[in-house]
Write a protein that binds this ligand. Structure first.
Ligand code: GLU
Length: 428
């Protein structure tokens, strides 16, 4: 992989380009649908792309330049929706891919949204608390022409937190002169955040995992070994919920590597260890494993919940899991998809498996706009209802077209956006 130079000027990944993955998936899905060719061409293109280079004054007094993006892939179904990522891997093509996946994800779960994504090329852990606040606020103020509760609503993603969403909400609110909670989702609850939003993505991953297992007659949680790559917001909450539901979580990992215990990890104790030490390294009662080894451990369910391009043609043949549930966006390359499908592994695709986050973001936005808040029980009940409905819709497409679940989920979503586009017509 190309390492960005000190100046942070972005280079495109030369190894796996996520936008190439997204376009290859799009081609597969649209090849099976009888759509107007103008519509197919239109939906391939990101609608708007914004690049900004902006200064942040470091604690030393030196001013450093950072690069950020925001891509609106589609606004056909409503305002665009999608998270903001702070990572040193951010490229325009990555943000384009993530924005396109948001369009399909929102359409699959029937939210009145288009898709967007933002990213800043930065390692948030390398900045002080004051510097990260300055960076977040400056990026938010650069986004003001592009965002509003009725045009584009950001949220957290890799490397961003509820506190950062609070700074975005505050920056926008101070600019317009009044508090606008609905400008961003994934906020802390005391400023208009929703119950259950923090856990929503990980919880949704487990809801869809359970649905997949149930449909294959695997109804004894204690016999199901689960391996999770990634212990950020998605992976850690998926691990916690799977553990609470009686599944045996045998391995988890973070960027530095993983831990494995064939008899099952005590997830509450792993989470306390991470809260105390900042990582999984050195956790007692488990063997250390590398991230590469983790993906091919013996288990029934593999949950990639880290980042794109993890399951490739190089390791797909060695995966031992019978189910893959994608907590991350785009963790599997199209070449790996072919191997996984040939091997008969059930793969619950990202736009279905990790849609829980944006579903509860939608609940948060609705609650903010109505200034009327729901309790956690109501949130989780509605979340489950929506995810199961999207699972059913995906399986109907699997059966009707005899395709794999990823292609089916994308076909279902793309068809909805295409129909809406045809109804609206091409302007002017
Ligand atoms: N970043 C999350 C995702 O990839 C959530 C987006 C949102 O809540 O708007 O789905």
């Amino acid at each position: 992989m190309v390492v960005a130079p000190k100046s942070h000027i972005p280079l495109v990944h030369d190894l796996i380009n996520p936008f190439e993955t997204a376009l290859a998936q799009y081609e597969r899905a649209t090849n099976r649908l009888q759509l107007d060719e103008n519509v197919v061409e239109y939906m391939k293109w990101p609608h708007r792309e914004f690049t900004v280079n902006f200064p942040v004054k470091r604690d030393t007094g030196k001013v450093e330049m950072f690069t950020g993006y925001r891509v609106h892939h589609s606004t056909v179904m409503g305002p665009s929706k999608g998270g903001i990522r702070f990572s040193t891997n951010v490229t325009l093509d990555e943000v384009r891919a993530l924005a396109m996946w948001m369009t399909w994800k929102c359409a699959l779960v029937n939210l009145p949204y288009g898709g967007a994504k933002g990213g800043v090329l930065v390692d948030p852990k390398a900045l002080s608390a004051h510097e990260i606040e300055a960076l977040t606020r400056r990026y938010a103020s650069e986004l003001i022409p592009l965002i509003s509760p009725h045009s584009d609503i950001p949220a957290p993603d890799m490397g961003t937190t509820p506190q950062m969403m609070a700074w975005i909400m505050d920056t926008y609110s101070m600019t317009v002169g009044y508090a606008v909670p609905a400008i961003v989702t994934g906020k802390p609850i005391n400023i208009g955040g929703s119950q259950g939003r923090t856990e929503a993505t990980g919880r949704g991953v487990v809801v869809t995992m359970m649905e997949a297992l149930k449909r294959h007659g695997r109804n004894t949680p204690g016999d199901i070994r689960v391996v999770i790559q990634g212990f950020g917001n998605v992976g850690s909450h998926a691990a916690a919920h799977a553990h609470d539901m009686g599944y045996k979580v045998v391995a988890v990992s973070d960027v530095y590597g993983g831990i494995y215990n064939a008899n099952g990890l005590n997830i509450p104790s792993v989470r306390s260890y991470v809260a105390e030490t900042g990582g999984l390294t050195g956790y007692p009662n488990a063997e250390p494993v590398s991230n590469d080894e983790l993906l091919v451990l013996p288990c029934e369910v593999l949950i990639p919940a880290a980042m794109e391009g993890q399951i490739t043609e190089h390791n797909a043949g060695d995966i031992q899991a019978q189910f893959i549930v994608e907590g991350a966006n785009g963790p599997t390359t199209p070449e790996a998809d072919d191997i996984i499908n040939d091997r008969g592994i059930v793969l619950v695709p990202d736009i279905l498996a990790n849609a829980g986050g944006v579903v509860v973001s939608y609940f948060e936005w609705v609650q903010d706009l109505q200034a009327f808040f729901w309790d956690e029980e109501e949130i989780f009940r509605q979340l489950e209802r929506i995810l199961i409905k999207a699972y059913d819709a995906t399986m109907r497409t699997v059966e009707e077209y005899n395709v794999d679940m990823r292609t089916a989920a994308q076909m279902t979503a793309i068809k909805r956006v295409a129909d809406a586009l045809m109804t609206r017509g091409f302007y002017p």
